[in-house]
Write a new protein. Structure first.
Ligand SMILES: Nc1ncnc2c1ncn2[C@@H]1O[C@H](COP(=O)(O)OP(=O)(O)OP(=O)(O)O)[C@@H](O)[C@H]1O
Ligand SMILES: Nc1ncnc2c1ncn2[C@@H]1O[C@H](COP(=O)(O)OP(=O)(O)OP(=O)(O)O)[C@@H](O)[C@H]1O
Ligand SMILES: [Mg+2]
Ligand SMILES: [Mg+2]
Lengths: 318, 498, 335, 318
């Protein structure tokens, strides 16, 4: 038990933060825990969660991907255009995923092969992807995606939960598996932990980065497809600043920005925590100006809980 | 002489691990006091507590009768305690002088006097006979040179206590000699010195007394003049052991054709290096710090590019562009620098050991934890890892045990050519013997071994042949019957080129 | 699949819808507001309060609600804003919350044309009527009460045209946003000059709705075109940045903004900003509330109602709404 | 000569990128190199430059400060309010600088003392500072700052150059001096290069971080004061996304996001490069949508020039 606790202490601390948030809100506003509201929280966490999972992969290698918000918009526009062109649905999904993967691989190429700093390289593609999105759409949202395409990710499982939630959890499971059980996952952690040592142990660092940036971008691609489904629109200006939310979900979930450490479960909880917080502030009708302050304070506290958790644990076992 | 440093009932518990257990002894003023013990006995932990790196769980330290409790390293340095750390910790982007004076720059109103800093550095490095410029970037130095700088760093302070945690692990005898002269000079000035080493001859050469730890407990303190090797070793490991670097088997060299041939290889730090390596052979490479041995091995392995020349494996030319290519061809390189190039700090022992050859641990497309674990247990016990727990984080191991994990990693790869760069660096005396035995067994199994080492006794004791390098050039090849310390040392400093 | 209420508007484009009606024309055809005895809860999911424009919308909606309360209606109004200009999910969250809470009708000002879709779908399913106020036209709402963006661009362009003597160089600083309003305003601006031979449109540049960026662009443009005669900005915040750059450069260039925020009108009064296309956001929101109540009472209304808008410059900045349009907003209640 | 070249190769590469940009633009549009236009480029680089210099300090310690955009707005609002309250000018400047310094120190406290990850800690204060700005102003820009205050940083030296440019270069010189010649500067590099090594050498890491974050925020504070001077307004919603521009200026200038490496000269050139690019795109009348793509490509190329520069140099010196 203690061993399990120790192994997952990062996940515990963000779970604690999540529970505290939920309990506080439901004391302050009993309707907070209504079924529809919980469904809203989960549904809203899907976008950040998927993007956060992808970001976690990239951050584990010691990198970062600032282009995900722009890529979200670009994939959404192209996906919406293809859907309006009535591309057969399975091919549509595959093309979009493949395209998203390539956007990620290009980032990985800049960072791994050309050795650009991840921050600056993906800041460049953040602009490039955004620009391409505007150019191909002329700046206008791609409207009226046919229902059949919208239903792919958006059909209702219950009255309030859609298939997108399943996609989210499936993606989380698959990526957890990839990170924990496959070679590429091990290599990702190795590269993030100590790049030189990894290279000397035979890890092909460049290839690993390209693959991982590609895999990570699949999370954003799924988020884009779900966005098309939910909104029926591909909007070239959407997703601005989402990269920070994705990073926040990962970081709150215990992923170290220095690389080598992080896991998907923590990120998922981090995304749900974020969503629970946002929904809570809205349900309570907190003034938007104060929402900033509350959000900021919660981020700091959640991050700090993780730190004191670590210290307390070290003390207790003495 | 009076008691100067008193350790009183020191206990230190790490999560899931008791590193020090109710330990008490004292050190006299102005003596050179050795702290001895196996890997993981708690030596570094004890010094780290003294230096305020972390606090003791229980107990206290008194210096000069006063309770010494440092809440940070900066405090202990201010108090006048300096330390040479076991792992080389330096700032690669800064110059040698900046590293040396970090935390105590000569300054006026916060403005650093760079000129003075460089001048002092030059003087200091001169005293140590090292060929390093104050303005060199730290990251460009060889491991041995970095070690010299960290020693210089401790000497530079006006400390009352200086402790050395394996200062000589990458130094050759020549440099060690210089260091000892300086340490004796410090002792004459009345400075108290704590000295950790796994090299028995050093202890006898320089230390006055030795305190011995075993499994975190204090065993005894011995006067070096009244004791001998055997007594010390018994106290350390609780039994007798043959620990001399001595071959137990005759040469296992097989075949007429070399496994590995290197012809006129030229790289960034060496020129025209040629040698042959035969199956079952243990080939020693000796030289002073910075001679270029590490560079040659990195090129052969594929970690660095080369300018010209050839590397042939079993008669076929190799074009290793990356370590992966080297590994796939059956070459393993155990790097000398475990912290920067060896350990993955975020991995546990079994993951650290299995990284180069994950293919061996797959069931289908999935990595099997069980296979990794079995391998880790097996290889861990072969190298005498303590604790031999596959899920223990390697970064929390003692220095010597971390080195053993790296050895175990490369033994997991089934390579046919094993290159050991300073293989016994930081390894305790009992385990050393086991590792020598292991190398012999590998040789007997037909593996070709290169052993780069700065320890002359080890090179002479273990090798079938020895190549000597100096300033990036091969200076001599010696057969076993030609080995002599004098000859070898001659070629390391001023030998003719072959 | 059922046709959405505003599908035909979407087809033609909000700014170009052939059955759109201006409130100025509509008001005389409307009768007294029918009395509703039931309790009414209205929501208003607006954009960010960081922008004064949306705070004015909020004030207007609350003032409108007050009129009804004073007239004896049992009406509550809940106005909430998204956190930032790009907080699309957050705005959806608050719309969802209003739907979950079972409001009778919701006024929406979507950040983008699409970000509120799931919430609006849920609202339709729950039989909650929607009215779009001002931004991001969406076919889910039965009625849209907002500015005629295209016309605003034309008005701004025309004012500049007349002020600078029908010839010279002009520029436009746009906002790039989720809502296509900016593009409609810019298009109106450009279309107006299409056949004006004396005018050269030298630049159309994105200022991201940001004061400093508009300042920088203006500074650059004035270096390159020292004779630049007029700048039209897609909103007042950018216009305020542009005006400072014009003053700093000592240029005679005129600057026209859009929105009619208090900052802009104060600046016009102080003789700095030259003009703005005022949308009278307070009145616009009051009209929207009125229209929503009428719909709840069962009245049929046009799908697109352009709220009153007018150029404000030194000549009329001190005039009231009534002085400008010839009537005061003062709805008539049935007894 | 060669030694000088090697020492400053990072600066060279960004200088090369700057020259290439300028030459390209002036071929395409001869008026680009007019005196007034050059003055514009320099003036417009002041905000990003000052914030970039501060960011460089923070990034050298291995950290990051995402809160600078919000802090810019907050300081601008408070500065504008104080100016309207007619606080004596020297005191006004000092209070603002002190206040900015404290905002930075608080970040340093979270990162250094509480050991939060810099990314997540300053993401928290980014929200908190923004919220405070809105709350104290009620969301309204603070208008009509008196001329006398506006003139402090904005009085004209020539017809086109204002005092703000001098402030920019003075700040660059002072910070260069601090980083290169003083203990605290040395410690900043040490902490970023290898925090453990620095601590083991007796560097007080926490104190160093708090000070450096504070010093870094002074750049943002000066940018805020200059902004008040130029616009006559303190706007609580300004500065969004400026943190990325500040980081870009630093990174383009050769500062390593991993810490331990970077210098002010590079950042200054990086900021000017950015400004030259922006002005150039406006002068050329490039379509807004394509501006994104061009900007992204220039970022990537500028970063890549640095990399190939480094490799070529390493080859040549052998
Ligand atoms: N940070 C840590 N966390 C957990 N355990 C630790 C940590 N540091 C050291 N230990 C454990 O404490 C014990 C003593 O380690 P220490 O480093 O003091 O050994 P040592 O005597 O210096 O050995 P060596 O000769 O190999 O350097 C070891 O078992 C080690 O695994
Ligand atoms: N990364 C590097 N960059 C530049 N020069 C280097 C680098 N690594 C090593 N050198 C230089 O190459 C020379 C050879 O170093 P190498 O490490 O091969 O020597 P060595 O014989 O293994 O000695 P040591 O025992 O000190 O490691 C040294 O003079 C060193 O300064
Ligand atoms: Mg040790
Ligand atoms: Mg070596």
């Amino acid at each position: 038990m203690k061993a399990i606790y120790r192994k997952y202490r990062r996940e515990w601390s963000v779970l604690i933060a999540l529970f505290v948030t939920i309990i506080l809100f439901s004391i302050l506003e009993p309707s907070y825990l209504s079924a529809t509201n919980v469904a809203t929280i989960i549904t809203q966490s899907v976008t950040y969660g998927l993007m956060g999972i992808g970001m976690t992969c990239v951050v584990i290698t010691g990198g970062i991907d600032l282009s995900v918000g722009s890529a979200l918009a670009l994939v959404a526009c192209i996906g919406a255009q293809l859907a309006k062109a009535e591309v057969p649905i399975p091919i549509w999904v595959l093309i979009c995923l493949g395209f998203g993967f390539l956007l990620g691989v290009f980032n990985g190429f800049l960072v791994g092969k050309l050795k650009l700093q991840a921050f600056i390289g993906t800041m460049g593609t953040m602009q490039i992807y955004r620009g391409i999105g505007y150019v191909i759409t002329g700046g206008y949202p791609v409207l009226n995606v046919p229902r059949s395409y919208r239903n792919v990710f958006n059909f209702k499982l219950t009255s309030t939960i859609t298939f997108s939630v399943v996609v989210f959890f499936l993606f989380a499971v698959v990526i957890t598996f990839v990170l924990k059980k496959t070679k590429i996952g091990s290599y990702a952690y190795a590269v993030g932990g100590n790049e030189d040592a990894a290279r000397l142990s035979g890890v092909r660092v460049e290839r690993t980065k390209m693959l991982i940036y590609g895999i990570g971008m699949m999370g954003t691609t799924l988020a884009a497809l779900i966005m098309i489904s939910r909104l029926g629109t591909g909007d070239p200006s959407t997703g601005q600043g989402y990269e920070l939310d994705a990073i926040a979900a990962a970081a709150i979930g215990g992923t170290s920005m220095a690389g080598g450490r992080g896991n998907i479960f923590g990120t998922v909880i981090g995304a749900v925590l974020f969503s629970a917080l946002k929904v809570g502030l809205v349900v309570m009708g907190v003034d938007t100006f104060y929402q900033y302050i509350v959000t900021g304070v919660v981020i700091v506290i959640a991050a700090y809980i993780e730190i004191i958790q670590g210290t307390m644990l070290a003390k207790k076992s003495n | 002489m009076e008691k100067y440093i008193e350790f009183e009932h020191i206990t230190k518990v790490f999560p899931g691990q008791k590193a020090l257990d109710d330990l008490s002894f004292s050190v006299l003023k102005g003596e050179i006091h050795a702290i001895l013990g196996e890997n993981g006995a708690g030596k570094s932990t004890l010094l780290n507590i003294l230096h305020g790196v972390f606090p003791a769980t229980e107990g206290e330290i008194r210096i000069d009768g006063k309770k010494a409790e440092f809440s940070s390293i900066a405090d202990s340095i201010e108090f006048g305690i300096a330390k040479v750390h076991q792992e080389i910790v330096s700032i690669p982007e800064m110059t040698v002088a900046e590293n040396l004076f970090l935390g105590k720059e000569p300054s006026r109103h916060g403005i650093i006097d760079k000129k003075k800093m460089n001048l002092e550095t030059e003087k200091l490095l001169g005293r140590l006979n090292c060929d390093i410029k104050p303005t060199d970037r730290m990251g460009e130095l060889s491991t041995g040179q970095k070690q010299m700088v960290s020693i210089a760093k401790a000497l530079e302070t006006e400390a009352k206590v200086i402790s050395f945690d394996e200062p000589t692990s990458s130094l050759s005898d020549k440099e060690v000699e210089t260091l000892f002269q300086i340490i004796r000079g410090l002792k004459e000035k009345g400075i108290t010195i704590l000295y950790i080493s796994h090299k028995m001859n050093e202890i006898f050469e320089i230390c006055d007394r030795a305190s011995i730890l075993r499994d975190g407990m204090y065993i005894t303190t011995l006067d070096m003049k009244k004791t001998d090797r055997d007594e010390i070793i018994r106290a350390m490991i609780g039994r007798d052991t043959a620990m001399f670097a001595q071959r137990t088997m005759p040469s296992q060299r097989k075949g007429e054709k070399p496994v590995l041939e290197v012809e006129n290889l030229c790289g960034d730090a060496f020129e025209n290096v040629s040698f042959q390596l035969y199956s079952g052979e243990i080939l020693g490479f000796f030289g002073l710090v910075g001679a270029g041995r590490t560079e040659v091995m990195r090129v052969v392995f594929g970690a660095d590019p080369y300018k010209s020349g050839k590397v042939l494996l079993n008669g076929k030319e190799l074009h290793c562009r990356s370590p992966r290519d080297g590994i796939n061809s059956g070459i393993a390189l155990i790097s000398e620098n475990r912290k920067e190039e060896g350990i993955l700090p975020n991995f546990n022992n079994m993951d650290n050991m299995s990284l180069p050859c994950l293919d061996k641990f797959m069931s289908g497309a999935v990595i099997s934890t069980k296979k990794k674990m079995d391998n880790a247990k097996k290889k861990g016990s072969m190298v005498g890892l303590k604790p031999n727990e596959p899920e223990f984080m390697t970064a929390s191991l003692s220095g010597g045990n971390a080195q053993k994990v790296i050895l175990a990693r490369w033994m997991s790869t089934d390579a046919s050519v094993m290159i050991f760069d300073e293989p016994t660096k930081g390894i305790d005396i009992g385990a050393k013997a086991e590792i020598y035995l292991l190398m012999e067994k590998m040789a007997a199994a037909g593996i070709a071994i290169i052993m780069v080492s700065s320890e002359l006794t080890e090179v002479i004791g273990m090798s079938d042949r020895i190549y000597v390098m100096r300033d990036g050039k091969m200076t001599m090849e010696l057969k076993r019957n030609e080995f002599s310390e004098e000859k070898i040392l001659n070629y390391t400093v001023e030998g003719d080129e072959t | 699949e059922a046709e959405l209420p505003g599908a035909d508007v979407a087809e033609q484009g909000y700014d170009f819808y052939d059955q759109a009606v201006s409130y100025n024309d509509l008001k005389d055809t409307l009768g007294a507001i029918p009395k509703i005895d039931d309790e009414i809860t209205l929501g208003f999911a607006t954009k960010t309060f960081e922008n004064e424009f949306w705070r004015m919308e909020k004030d207007g909606a609350e003032a409108g609600a007050k009129l009804f309360q004073d007239a004896g209606y049992n009406l509550t109004m809940d106005v909430r804003g998204a956190q930032t200009e790009s907080d699309e999910e957050g705005q959806l969250t608050l719309l969802m919350d209003m739907v979950n809470k079972g409001y009778d009708a919701v006024l929406v000002s979507g950040i983008s044309e699409a970000n509120l879709v799931p919430g609006m779908e849920a609202a339709m399913e729950a039989g909650i009527d929607l009215t779009t106020v001002m931004d991001a036209f969406t076919p889910y709402a039965t009625t849209t009460v907002g500015a005629w963006h295209y016309q605003a661009g034309v008005q701004g362009a025309e004012w500049i045209y007349n002020t600078i003597g029908e010839k010279g160089q002009v520029a436009c600083i746009t906002g790039l946003s989720q809502a296509t309003a900016a593009q409609a305003r810019t298009k109106g601006f450009q279309d107006f000059y299409e056949d004006k031979d004396g005018i050269e449109v030298v630049a159309v540049q994105n200022g991201d709705w940001d004061r400093q960026k508009a300042y920088d662009i203006t500074e650059t443009l004035l270096q390159q075109y020292p004779d630049l005669a007029g700048i039209y900005c897609n909103n007042d915040t950018m216009a305020m940045g542009a005006v400072e750059a014009v003053i700093a450069a000592g240029s005679d260039c005129v600057v026209v903004g859009t929105d009619g925020t208090s900052e802009a009108t104060d600046s016009i009064k102080a003789g700095e900003l030259d003009a703005t296309v005022d949308f009278f956001p307070n009145v616009m929101a009051e009209i929207a509330v009125e229209m929503q109540v009428r719909k709840l009472a069962g009245e049929e209304l046009p799908k697109v109602i352009y709220a009153p808008q007018s150029i404000r410059d030194g000549g009329n900045v001190d005039k009231s709404f009534e002085e400008i349009f010839g009537y005061a907003y003062n709805p008539e209640f049935a007894q």
